[in-house]
Design a protein around this ligand. Sequence first.
Ligand code: HEC
Length: 500
Amino acid sequence: MKHRLESNQESRKAGTNGLHRRTSIISRRPSLSFLPICVSSVSHLWLKTVFAWFLCALPVCAADVSYQREVWPIFKRHCLGCHTDGKAKGGLRLDDIAALKKGGKHGALFVSGKPDKSLLLKQVTGDPPEMPENEPPLTAEKVKILRDWIAQGAKIDAAPKVDRPPVVIPATYAFAPSVTSVSLSSDGKLAAVAVRSEVVLFNVDDDTPPRRLATDFDLITHVEFSPDGKRLAAAGGSPQQFGGVIFFDSAEGKRQSTRRVGNDTLFKGNFSPDGTTIALGGPGGAIHLVPVDAKAEVKSIELHSDWVMAVAYTPDGKQLVSGSRDKTTKVSSVESLKLLRSIDQSTETINAVAADALTAISAGNARTLNGFDFKLALAGAEVTGSGNGARPVNNRDQYVRAYEAQPEAVMALAMSGDRKLLAVATRAAEVRVYQTDNRQRKVTIAKAPAPVFAIALNQDGSRLLLGSKSGEVQVYEVTSSKLLKTLIPVPVAASRTAAR
Ligand code: HEC
């Protein structure tokens, strides 16, 4: 899988490598332990050969393939990105034994004892093999494991082994961890910051020690206060394991509920204006709408062909703007859960999106910051069927409302709650704040700790919070661009901080 995230825990990496190593060492132990003795006790070479041939012609000779130890690791490594509960391409799930036996939309996955008649084998062989889609083919060794497994009756010896080392949150970090996401309460007095597996809450106006909220997610990619400020959402997950979101009570810092979504880390998103749902970008190209109500179902809109890096609600809550690693910016309907239009195609990945009442805004590695007039962009674009039924971007010039070019790749955008100000975080030290009505720059913060990975404004745009790759967090008063506070939100080993 391609999915890798920067501040993923080292411990987890070691764990995954360990697993791969283990599975290859264990591999195929012969089930007939007397076999070598029998063979070597025959003295003539030709007899030895014939005897060995004879023995191995018996079905029992091939070492029994273990589903749990050998087959499952192949599915887990190469297939689960597209064949799970949240995302069953071709109607096929490979993460569940009952579903595995049932097969996909073309029926059974295998004919027990007949690998060459089995869809599974057909899909992973051929030139080039169909599966894994758009990825390097399985090695001959892995194909053989699948072949032998089916030949031996596709037995399920034990349930898949899901071994994941627990997420460890250090009391003190050796180095300041990068800030991945930030949020400000509407009055601008309470700040939330995501680093690695934890969320840190601190007061802007006093020096009460920050509160650390631990999670069992490898990486939190998005943190956000609900519009009424009562709730705090922390979204992310663990690579190739699960995505999800945790809702906290922001006053108490207590966990209210946790939702798991899919089997890979989720990306940035946005609370709906009514605070009932959070929309989050998914690694498979979908937007996931996760309700705060733990009993209501999660809905998804499949619309991009690659990671959805960011999602934003329009102020009326009716539409979603999304930007993706597939370089497109799209608008979709919350009600119909369908794509309305691909409004732009950039030359580079889109990292951030925002929306004011009139325009959808997107930016990314191309260093351009563009607004797109909704009314004009969506005019004449009727709701298309589904998925990637994206119509080509035409009459683009009529609806683009460009901002000035940015000094570096744009990493994040923040809109004030009243949607009057837009703050832009880039890889450069300069943070710019624009007025959305005329797209003119209003404030420049000149010396932020670059690269700035995360940014937030409060309701009336009076305060700005930013987080850096360096681990530093700063709060500014916007109009005066005065620095109100600067800190590293988690404890870091003294020698390291002194050296900074
Ligand atoms: C990047 C996404 C992706 C990955 C990774 C992937 N698949 Fe698929 N798979 C698909 C899609 C999309 C389809 C549906 C193709 C179609 O219907 O035209 C599919 C269909 C299938 C089908 C046919 C199901 C049916 O009944 O129609 C099989 C079998 C299958 N995949 C097996 C695998 C196996 C085994 C792996 C891992 C070695 C794998 N896939 C990895 C995307 C993927």
